[in-house]
Design a protein around this ligand. Sequence first.
Ligand code: 13P
Ligand code: SF4
Length: 338
Amino acid sequence: MTAEELYNRLKTIQPGAVLCTYSMEKVEQMLPIINEINELKKERDAVILAHSYVAPEIILGVADYDGDSFKLSQDATKVEAKTIVFSAVRFMGETAKILNPTKDVLIPGPLTGCSLADSITGAEVRALREKYPDHTFVCYINTTADVKANCDVCVTSSNVMKIVSSLENDKIVFVPDGLMGQNLIDEMKKRNIKKEIVLHSGCCYVHETYDSELINFFRSQNPGLKVVSHPECHPGVALLSDYVGSTGQMVTYIKDQPEGTPFLLLTECGLNARMQYEFPNKRFIGSCSMCKYMKSNSLENILETLRHPEAAQHVELDEATRVAAKKCIDAMFYYAAK
Ligand code: 13P
Ligand code: SF4
């Protein structure tokens, strides 16, 4: 076989082609949907919030606000429109509803779960509170409103370290992400901050797949590689990474690195796609791990949701739960601003 023959067999392979390869024809098909969504937003007095993990055409074509979960929860407090379409997953839509009870919050994707948010219930937190009555209960934002309603303070991946280290109580229960919790404990040890932290065993099914062997392999193939990972990854991954942070913090880190730098992003592939169009002079290799929940958002289901929202797409919360969950989120805003 010649190199040319082999190349001719290989050249049509495009990793991630189903979702993230764009031809002019595909874009021309998208444009009428994008235009109709943007028209309907005006008619319905709606804005769209989109997480960085959703498909690029949603972020570039129709989103009014985009970013990581902390930024989006702050953005949700600034919205004046009557309706919020939250292109992400259910717990993010719930956060927007907790902060904006009079607004109609809609979730377009059919798969609205999250393996972390689904790993613990409010009833389980109440049982833990009986077991640990002297502890401060900290929950990751990737939790249901019911879990937040039973916790003292919420955190995101961008502020977990800052908030937990500034809590007055040294006894903490952290739910639900056991891997993020272990990363937190390791980082506290490094900084000589003494807290006793009880963990739960939840994990993100996307981030838990990365390991040190994968990093070592990519490093051996790519001199100068910068490994950038999310704190939902295993501690062994965090240890070998050049930078660990929320999706928003990763963007800032990448922006500040010189042109030509190769990056391995250990997070959902939506961020990889986003970085490729935001920083065309940097090199992003590998890792296409997809979150089926985030990727169940599409232009088509956003359009349908704006046209005829189904009952299940409206986020509805019981008022007592909402008020208690808001206290937990407000505590996050308070500690994050300190
Ligand atoms: P960020 O807070 O970094 O946006 O993370 C949210 C998330 O779901 C990561 O998997
Ligand atoms: Fe949840 Fe993981 Fe998907 Fe983030 S990537 S929304 S943590 S399942």
